[in-house]
Design a protein. Structure first.
Length: 418
């Protein structure tokens, strides 16, 4: 019997119980011999007596080119599967009865095992200069706060959280001055001001007892960014850089508000074996009574390090740009200007960017090396031989038809013909 509950599909009009049974034993013996068994289980060896995930790439078993071998080294002594590559850990691994550390007994639960802990949660506040090329900081999406040193803005105290994002809102607001002319009924406007604010929600979640202290230290320092610092009798605001993937790429600004909320299905650490200070000490002597999970809501006010303006290439609001961090040439999407014609816009931005890096494309061979340049369609009149740096590209059949339809519509409007 795996699971049994009242009512459900095994009952009649809700009377009775539903049972879920295992009809075939699909697990291998405890020693997991390699020969003679086709079934496998998520179990491999970490550096210790613990089973971890042994994940095989299905595409690789089919012989597909380029398929990664998840057991190969992905750098920093990690494999390509998630628990190892981004350090999420595996808190549900099974302790083996043989080969265990001798100090671990059935009544001991405060022993730290690095294979079960989330590496980002375990990462405490640290000093940095914007470079986070450390394996412990790796995540699928960059999510971090940098509390900048007001006396030395190139330095900061970094707080890196696991990107358990729930919501992200990026608001842009334009304000206008409104006035009236005498004898005119409508209102007229002049531009007044621009404002942007970013709001997002995320969770902090400790999956082992050892993550509680560094996680709450970072959270405590994060909420402290809404308070001032005092220097020579004066108050100064805390300047912060925000990173959420490439959307918010080390954007400087201020934290306007932070809200912490707990829900009733979030468990608490109760530190029941904390002992009596000065008399006896238990295994929870270093624990505090705090929730394992919290919801965090942040309102962030950006102060851009470029001039916000109405421009295609000089206002990279949601694009990474070199004012914030070093980029590869192919990552500088913001440097491309507006296309002069629709035919030019048909070309993929990737090729235009490659042209900017490699220079004008002169032949079809270089076009293929630079990447895909167009999508073939029956009505397209563009051929590879016509794509040159100084050769005008003729309009497509669809564009010609659109121009003819527009001319007919203009003639009909001119003479009042439906």
């Amino acid at each position: 019997m795996l699971y049994e509950y009242g009512a459900g599909p095994g009952s009649t009009y809700g009377i009775g119980r539903t049972s879920i049974r295992r009809f075939e034993n699909t697990t291998n013996p405890d020693d997991f011999p390699d020969a003679g068994y086709n079934t496998k289980r998520l179990g491999d060896q970490f550096n210790g007596p613990i089973r971890a995930a042994k994940v095989e790439n299905y595409l690789k078993t089919l012989g597909r080119p380029g398929a990664l071998d998840y057991q190969e080294d992905a750098g920093g002594g990690r494999q390509y599967y998630r628990e190892s590559r981004i350090g999420t850990g595996n808190p549900g691994v099974e302790y083996l009865t043989t080969g265990r550390n001798p100090h671990i007994s059935q009544d001991t639960y405060d022993v730290y095992d690095e294979t079960t802990a989330d590496k980002i949660n375990m990462l405490d506040i640290f000093k940095g200069d914007g470079n986070f090329f450390v394996p412990e900081a790796r995540d699928l999406i960059r999510f971090r706060f940098e509390a900048m040193d007001n006396d030395n803005p190139t330095k900061s105290n970094a707080m890196i959280f696991r990107a358990f994002l729930d919501d992200l809102k990026d608001n842009y607001n334009a304000n206008y001055n409104e006035f009236n002319y005498n004898g005119r009924g409508e209102n007229f406007y002049t531009y007044s001001s621009f404002k942007r604010d970013i709001q997002f929600n995320f969770k902090v979640a400790a999956q082992t007892r050892h993550e509680m202290m560094p996680l709450y230290r970072k959270l405590n320092y994060l909420v402290a960014q809404t308070a001032p610092e005092y220097k020579k009798g004066r108050m100064r605001a805390g300047f912060v850089r925000l990173s959420i993937g490439s959307w918010c790429d080390r954007i400087p600004g201020f934290i306007q508000s932070i809200n912490l909320s707990w829900q009733k299905d979030y468990p608490w650490e109760i530190a029941i074996d904390s002992g009596i200070p000065g008399a006896s000490e238990g295994q929870d002597k270093g624990m505090l009574v705090l929730p394992h999970v919290l919801d965090v809501s942040v309102s962030f006010l950006p102060v851009h390090n470029f001039i916000p303006q109405r421009d295609v290439k000089d206002s990279p609001f949601i694009l990474s740009h070199e004012n914030n961090r070093r980029l590869n040439e192919e990552q500088k999407w913001y440097q491309l200007n507006v296309a002069n014609t629709s035919a030019e816009a048909v070309r993929l931005g990737y090729d235009r960017l490659r042209e900017q890096i490699l220079g004008p494309i002169q032949d079809t061979h270089q076009i293929k090396k630079a990447g895909p340049t167009y999508i073939e369609s029956p009505e397209s009149q563009v051929t590879p031989q016509l794509i040159r740096s100084n050769t005008p590209i003729p309009p497509t059949q669809a564009e010609i038809q659109q121009q003819q339809d527009q001319q007919l519509e203009d003639e009909a409007n001119r003479y009042g013909v439906d």
